[in-house]
Design a protein around this ligand. Structure first.
Ligand SMILES: O=P(O)(O)OC[C@H]1O[C@](O)(CO)[C@@H](O)[C@@H]1O
Length: 555
């Protein structure tokens, strides 16, 4: 039985990928599909200057893409057809662009360092945004200075952020990235998984007298987070023995005041945010509290400043020299014309090793959609599979497939020019590999070059077709400001792609379905009678689990 989606008529014009510009791009693709990047470089000695761009401390070289001036002109027309500029303005202005949840999308207001008014339902949100930043800064100052103490009077040493998805991945990634800026006494920990092993293992090494828990959940109903938070409270009270001590060891970050109070956290120790901040875009809100504790308010504000600088660039720069727009359209070019299925993210930076994981949620939870914003099934590819790891490790794991496999995998290479340590020679090795990989992917190696290169026969398996596209992103240094710019760059890239694909990038109904089903299944795992209400496979697995657990418990 086919699963159908409820069809509704398009409010506006057809999606850009149903308009004549799409046919023009398809035609153009036919002229370019067999052209090698080597030829494009040979034809234009200024290709690097031509297809590169500096914004603040981020330099983007996109010359190793399978594009010409015509490609970019057509892609820009696609963006115009999709009204990227109009939607961009709607987002920044606080229009209800998340149509299925009837919400504005205003993570940009959280880092609106110009402080110009941003209206939601006629109310300027900036005073509330600034008040939470001030509240976080004051709290962090007390914890960092040691004036905020635990129930036995000792300063806090360990902070556990209990959260999942956007309430974990963003702060965790930034905490890792900004190691150089961390407070020497404070260690942040991140517990997300409902698998008991995660929190049990974490608590083993912690001292309840010097541990602070941040329960981070936009909704304060997420099962994984609330289960872990309750376990943490139980563990704490086993030692502290008095509920009154909770106030010194548990704080909350949420939009749900009632639920926070219901958990037993003093609303004084709650850091609020708003439903117009999507979970995967919430790092800039109070969800960043662990980052403020770790690196201090000044550095957190520098992160916000960096994101704001990218917001301004994105809002003001013409489409053709707009970094997020360029990255987004290159992605569309490969997804919708070359049929690329994935996008690999390759940070050549130990401290950015969690960036691919963070971008998986940001991108795939946003644009992993098969219906457009009106609920119509789309007939074109949307969000790509995002994957990757620290680049240099990836070289020794999966790069073989990128070089010689059958799939086209566009790659983003990211590196900082400034070494993170004084091991300068090691940084040169890292940089050399970064460059070698982008060059090898682009050039490949011909049969003749293989023969001439001192390689032993057989030659044919050692030939590389090349022509694999990549972007190179050079950061001047991995500072809070540059990191803020980099994250905002990807957020806006995702936004632009969502507009071209006519998606609502700000809901996540697939995830919600999984949550609902898990809640139905959980009580069935301990049901007295065999379960028969699901399909045969799910029934079979539930009943097998029930029986085996019952046998284990009986022993
Ligand atoms: O912050 P919450 O409400 O606990 O939600 C956590 C995560 O769950 C999701 O709803 C689904 O993964 C994400 O969008 C969100 O970041």
């Amino acid at each position: 039985m086919p699963i159908t989606t409820e069809q509704s008529s398009h409010a506006g014009s057809p999606p850009a990928l149903h308009q004549p510009i799409h046919a023009a791009l398809q035609q153009h693709y036919e002229t370019l599909r067999d052209v090698h990047l080597r030829e494009l470089f040979a034809a234009d000695p200024a290709r690097f200057e031509h297809f590169s761009l500096q914004v603040g401390d981020i330099f983007l070289d996109y010359s190793k893409n399978r594009i010409t001036d015509t490609t970019l002109q057509l892609l820009m027309q696609l963006a115009e057809t999709a009204d990227v500029a109009g939607w961009r303005e709607r987002m920044f202005q606080g229009d209800t662009i998340n149509n299925t949840e009837h919400r504005a999308v205003l993570h940009t207001a959280l880092r609106n360092r110009s402080n110009t008014p941003v209206l939601v339902d006629g109310e300027n949100v900036m005073p509330a945004v600034n008040a939470v930043i001030a509240q976080m800064s004051a709290f962090a100052e007390r914890v960092r200075s040691g004036t905020w103490t635990g129930y036995t009077g000792k300063p806090i040493v360990d902070v556990v952020n209990v959260g999942i998805g956007g309430s974990d991945l963003g702060p965790h990634m930034v905490y890792q990235a900004l190691k150089a800026y961390r407070h020497p006494r404070l260690n942040m920990h991140y517990v997300s998984n409902v698998d008991g092993a995660h929190i049990v293992e974490k608590l083993e090494s912690l001292d309840p007298e010097t541990t602070l828990f941040i329960v981070a959940s936009k909704t304060f109903t997420t099962q994984e987070t609330m289960t872990n938070a309750h376990h943490a409270r139980h563990w704490f009270l086993q030692h502290a023995a008095d509920d009154a001590h909770i106030a010194k060891h548990f704080v909350a970050v949420s939009t749900n005041r009632e639920a926070v109070m219901g958990f037993g956290i003093d609303p004084e120790n709650m850091f609020g945010f708003w439903d117009w901040v999507g979970g995967r875009y919430s790092l800039w809100s109070a969800i960043g509290l662990s980052v403020v504790l770790a690196v201090g308010a000044e550095n957190f504000i520098a992160l916000l400043d960096g994101a704001h600088a990218m917001d301004q660039h994105f809002r003001d720069a013409p489409l053709e020299c707009n970094m997020p727009v360029i990255l987004a359209l290159l992605g569309v070019w490969y997804s919708n014309y070359f049929g690329a299925e994935s996008q690999v993210i390759l940070p050549y930076d130990h401290y950015l090793r969690s960036l691919p994981l963070y971008l998986q949620q940001a991108d795939m939870e946003s644009n992993g959609k098969s219906v457009d914003r009106d609920g119509n099934a789309v007939d074109y590819a949307t969000g790509p599979i995002i994957w990757g790891t620290s680049g240099i490790n990836g070289q020794h794991a999966f790069y073989q497939l990128i070089h010689q496999g059958t799939r086209l995998i566009p790659a983003d290479f990211i590196i900082s020019v400034t070494p993170p340590t004084d091991l300068h020679a090691q940084h040169d090795i890292l940089m050399a590999n970064f460059l070698a990989q982008t060059e090898a992917l682009m050039r490949g190696r011909t049969l003749q070059e293989t023969r001439d290169g001192g390689v032993t026969p057989p030659y044919a398996p050692k030939v590389f077709a090349g022509n694999h596209p990549s972007n190179a992103l050079l950061l001047t240094a991995l500072t809070p400001h540059t990191l803020g710019m980099l994250i905002a760059l990807y957020e806006h890239k995702i936004f632009v792609q969502g507009i071209v694909w006519n998606l609502n990038s700000y809901d996540q109904w697939g995830v919600e379905l999984g949550k609902q089903l898990a809640k139905c299944i959980q009580p069935e795992l301990n049901a007295a009678e065999p379960v028969t209400t699901h399909d045969a496979s799910t029934n079979g697995l539930i009943n097998r689990y029930r029986q085996q657990r019952a046998q284990q418990r009986a022993i």
